[in-house]
Design a protein around this ligand. Structure first.
Ligand code: ADP
Ligand code: MG
Length: 260
């Protein structure tokens, strides 16, 4: 584990799970805004061609000329593409063009390293960089895990929700072997969690036991507030700051800020 003394550069947190709809994007936006509200300098990176993170921060992807794609294929420096959002976080946005980037990158040298190298240009500007991964285990997720210091796995505790976790951990194993030996897995974050159901608790226990993963506390409760927030282009941390969902994300953010 890194200490404050030995650490150089920002913590880079990849939020990944190849399953869609597990609250990756919600987690990146909410933790990022919560960290910024505590005074941290935060950059969020949208690596999903659906550009939900970009959209949820009030930026219309269709209006953008530049995106993270231009950084990954090497034509733009990261400073030229970063936007300042209303939520006090900076954003390296995505556009739909990112959909072709996996294919473009496939034939490019250093594809897994390109995000890591690009982010080094802004290493002095940020305390935390949060990476919103696409719902796949392709090149973009490999690039995110290569650039990351830490991995957080959001998980909805329903039946079979954990089938993909083994596959994700196989990818982590390969990333550690070939591109990023220091990648640290923080653990799973239960999202849309209903702790009143025995089922959700049982699924969570099964996952942590089978894979030896930590559970990050507190779990994020299931609430419709999260579905409503992106419609305003503002996060729940702003629109419903005292809601229990916002409080849970703030608590998780505080734990991450305090961790080394
Ligand atoms: P992913 O990025 O993994 O695909 P999203 O963050 O886009 O997932 O979330 C998927 C859907 O679930 C969205 O409609 C979002 O508003 C909703 N959602 C996220 N977190 C919660 C929660 N804690 N309770 C209820 N719904 C949630
Ligand atoms: Mg998403």
């Amino acid at each position: 584990p890194r200490t404050a003394e030995t650490r150089s550069g920002p913590r880079v947190l990849a939020v990944a799970n190849q399953k869609g709809g597990v609250a990756k994007t919600t987690t990146v936006a909410s933790l990022g805004v919560a960290m910024a509200q505590r005074g941290a300098h935060v950059l969020l990176v949208d690596l999903d061609p659906q550009a939900s993170l970009t959209f949820s921060l009030g930026v219309d992807p269709e209006e953008l000329d530049l995106s993270v794609r231009d950084v990954l294929v090497g034509s733009k420096s990261v400073q030229d593409v970063i936007l300042v959002t209303d939520e006090a976080v900076h954003l390296l946005p995505a556009t739909i063009e990112l959909a072709q980037t996996e294919e473009t990158l496939a034939s490019m040298t250093g594809r897994e390293q390109r995000l890591r190298v690009a982010l080094e240009q802004v290493a002095d500007d940020y305390d935390w960089i949060l990476l919103d991964c696409p719902p796949s285990l392709g090149v973009l997720t490999a690039a995110a895990l290569t650039a990351a210091t830490d991995l957080l796995i959001p998980l909805q505790c329903e039946t079979l929700a954990h089938r993909g976790v083994g596959q994700l951990l196989d990818t982590v194993h390969d990333v550690r072997a070939f591109t990023n030996p220091d990648l640290s897995v923080i653990g799973v974050l239960p999202t849309a969690y209903d702790g009143r159901t025995r089922h959700a608790r049982a699924v969570l226990e099964a996952i942590t036991e089978s894979y030896g993963l930590e559970v990050v506390e507190p779990p994020i409760p299931r609430t419709v507030r999260f579905a409503e927030a992106p419609a305003y282009g503002r996060s729940i941390l702003q629109t419903a700051a005292t809601h229990r969902g916002a409080i849970a994300y703030r608590d998780v953010a505080d734990r991450l800020l305090a961790s080394t």
